[in-house]
Write a protein that binds this ligand. Structure first.
Ligand code: GLN
Length: 385
């Protein structure tokens, strides 16, 4: 029998997406896979109808339709205060998922080392392996999920090609400070490495925390490859629209990889999403307000249920400490939580490289009514803790 590629044994099926399937089977409230259960802005849905009635049924330009890139470049330069030339600095991808993989495939040679902060969003480990690179994990220390500067320096000193940074961070909710970002950039300069950022939660940040774009730090554009997405900002995770923003020589490489991976993102959805990118500043203020309210509702239930956690500073995830619930393995706890409590989360072990089974991740990108329904069920845990 022919055998499958060796690199497949380096990672498992996505646990996040597996938990979505278990949530469906058990009819648990799905707080596992991070996606909203509310609609995107109405004007965006109307724009999608118009796009389907228009002449957008064939491939767009492989690196992104011109008017989509124009609108995206405008938004990126408004946010980062950097020059973003739609013809030289951008590739439009199928979500940040493809943006991250295409970036890694563009910079890594077999055997290269790539730093990944741990806990980490599960795709980064697989991205490194598929690119032939070896992930080097640097710990984020609870309760506030900071990194140790010496540990990070030692990791760089092993001779790394790139560091992956998710900011605001999934699953920890950490928003890295300007000083931390300056230190990361300083090390990347000293050891001549790329910094590949995943900034899909750029607009989901809680007061008083602020998102700093690493690429906007002085001198950063030479080595920062910024990946982003429309998924979370406009509540359209299924549209699969993302991008890579980097200097032209890097973009030339990423465009080649992207072209052979997917040819391009969905043409009619790129047309429709121009409407999203042109929304006024008030849209982002409202988004932040809505997520602040969701966070407050959900965390209040967790507190009342007696669960321990660190309040997220950004993104829409919270890692909870499940050690008091008495399970040997977090997967057992996650399945019990679906079947007996009726709420689905993701076992924390899928975010850690070392065996660690005391965390479960919930997300709160849901309608307030869904969060109340999940919260009421979680209150049952008071009797178990
Ligand atoms: N980013 C989301 C999460 O961490 C969705 C993951 C996915 O399935 N692509 O849950």
């Amino acid at each position: 029998m022919p055998t499958l590629a060796n690199h497949l044994s380096g990672f498992t099926e996505s646990v996040i997406r597996m938990m979505t399937r278990i949530a469906q089977q058990t009819q648990a409230v799905n707080l596992a896979q991070g996606f909203p259960d509310f609609d995107p802005p109405a004007e965006l849905i109307a724009a999608a109808h118009r796009a389907l009635d228009g002449d957008y049924h064939q491939y767009a330009i492989t690196w992104g339709a011109k008017n989509f890139r124009d609108a995206l470049a405008n938004k990126i330069s408004n946010c980062t205060k950097l020059e973003c030339d739609p013809d030289r600095h951008l590739v439009v991808t199928c979500g940040s998922t493809e943006a991250m993989l295409a970036s890694m495939l563009s910079v890594c040679n077999p055997g290269d080392k790539v730093i990944v902060f741990s806990p980490f969003y599960e795709n980064y480990g697989a991205d490194a392996i598929l690119s032939g690179a070896k992930p080097i994990f640097v710990h984020l220390e609870p309760p506030d999920w900071h990194f140790d500067r010496d540990e990070l320096r030692q990791a760089f000193a092993q001779g790394v090609k790139a560091i992956v940074l998710c900011n605001p961070s999934n699953p920890t909710g950490r928003v890295f400070t300007r000083s931390e970002l300056e230190y990361i950039l300083q090390l990347a300069e000293e050891y001549d490495a790329f910094v590949i950022t995943d900034e899909v939660y750029e607009h989901i940040v809680y007061v008083p925390h602020k998102h700093t774009y690493l690429s906007s730090l002085p001198g950063a554009t030479a080595r920062v490859i910024m990946c982003g997405s429309l998924s979370k900002t406009y509540s359209i995770t299924g549209w699969r629209l993302g991008w890579v923003f980097a200097r032209p020589e890097v973009i030339d490489g990423v465009r080649k990889v992207h072209d052979f991976l997917t040819v391009g993102a969905a043409a009619p959805l790129q047309q429709a999403a121009v409407t999203a990118l042109e929304l006024p500043d008030s849209y982002y203020a409202e988004l932040q307000k809505a997520y602040t309210a969701k966070r407050s509702i959900f965390l209040d239930y967790l507190r009342r249920a007696g669960l321990k956690f660190t309040e997220p500073e950004g993104a829409y995830y919270v890692l909870i400490d499940i050690s008091a619930l008495g399970f040997a393995h977090d997967q057992q706890c996650a399945e019990w939580m679906c079947r007996s409590v009726g709420v689905a989360g993701v076992p924390g072990s899928s975010f850690f490289p070392e065996p660690r089974f005391d965390q479960l991740r919930f997300h709160f990108a849901k309608r307030e009514s869904t969060l109340h329904a999940a919260g009421e069920r979680l209150l049952e845990l008071r009797h178990k803790i």
